[in-house]
Design a protein around this ligand. Sequence first.
Ligand code: FAD
Length: 378
Amino acid sequence: MPDEIEKFDITVVGAGVVGLAIAKTLLDKAPSSNPLKLLILDKNVSFGEETSSRNSEVIHAGIYYPEGSLKSQLCIRGKALLYDYARQRNIDFKAIGKLIVATQRNELAALDRIKTNASNNGVSDLKLISTQELLKMEPHVNAMGALFSPSTGIINCHQLMLQLLTDIEHKGGLFVAQTCVTSVCRHPQGFMVKTKGKAGEPYQFQTSHLINAAGLGAQTLAENIEGLSYHYTPQLHLCKGSYFGLAGKSPFQHLIYPVPDSSGAGLGIHATLDLGGQVKFGPNTRYLSSLDYQVEEESKVQFEKAIKRYYPGLDSTQLTPAFAGIRPKLQGPNDDFKDFVIQTEIEHGIPGLIQLFGIESPGLTSCLAIGEKVNSLL
Ligand SMILES: Cc1cc2nc3c(=O)[nH]c(=O)nc-3n(C[C@H](O)[C@H](O)[C@H](O)COP(=O)(O)OP(=O)(O)OC[C@H]3O[C@@H](n4cnc5c(N)ncnc54)[C@H](O)[C@@H]3O)c2cc1C
């Protein structure tokens, strides 16, 4: 007699911060009289080893995104949920505040535009700062004016993910690492999911709902779902962001951002502090044709030039290559703004399948709000 096939209500593919936040939210929202049988899988040896551990760890305020976009809505809602969750669960965070600095006179108008955009999105606590006020806040920063965002913060993303996993397991969810989803077939009760383990050993199980939260792997997974037309899968553009660390004591008290350039690919090479008070600069933007996490020593010149615009006292000998992350962008090099994509049966016609594409920044900030959104779509 063949072994009985294991069955789950919901399977989340990808245990980055977004997959974990979705799993935790779905378990929280399920009635206790009818607990969910939920599985979360990741191909790596542990959770959150890809983009979720290669980012700035900034809780964004929701300043720049177009009004009404998912990025704007989920960032603002996610920020509130994340601060609450971090407080409740003693996850290290700090609402440190961010300064967007205009280093040239012609950038001052951009500060007004950013403030108006933020206010249209519902972020009304931004404050324009004069040069004198800025000098008091940040004596080492050179700028003609700035915009202060008090609700921007930093969070320990690893602690956040560990806590999400603890909550998932507490509610009966199951996390399995080193399990790569290789293909998905349709089934009268949902899907038959085929996986490969660490040594290539095959396994299959049944699930009623499938959530594709595979980050950089979301498009590849979509290609391997039976009956899903490739027309519904947006193209992935890999966009690397590298960081350089600054040795020694931080010259800054807040996060320092330049006015973003018009390409919209990134927010400009900014200074972020971690919870230990160390400064890192980045990320820059570089489109790639394949995954490559190496920080090129040659890009130091580009970093020095960008940093010295707002921090002329930079001692370049203190700047060393740190790490890089890769954005799973939907926006190609010459494209306009592209929003997060969260697809359901309405878009692709397959009941029980939810797919997330292009969850770049502010994905960390938005993670719990993405969880709420997915719950409302199931
Ligand atoms: C340089 C950089 C800086 C950023 N800074 C910030 C910031 O300051 N603030 C902010 O809010 N956001 C930031 N972000 C965005 C944020 O990091 C991401 O939005 C978030 O980490 C995405 O989480 P995820 O769970 O969707 O993806 P991931 O963390 O990539 O997780 C996806 C998981 O899916 C797994 N997987 C893939 N395919 C399969 C498969 N077939 N089977 C099983 N498992 C699979 C992978 O192993 C991976 O662990 C930044 C991103 C980058 C690149």
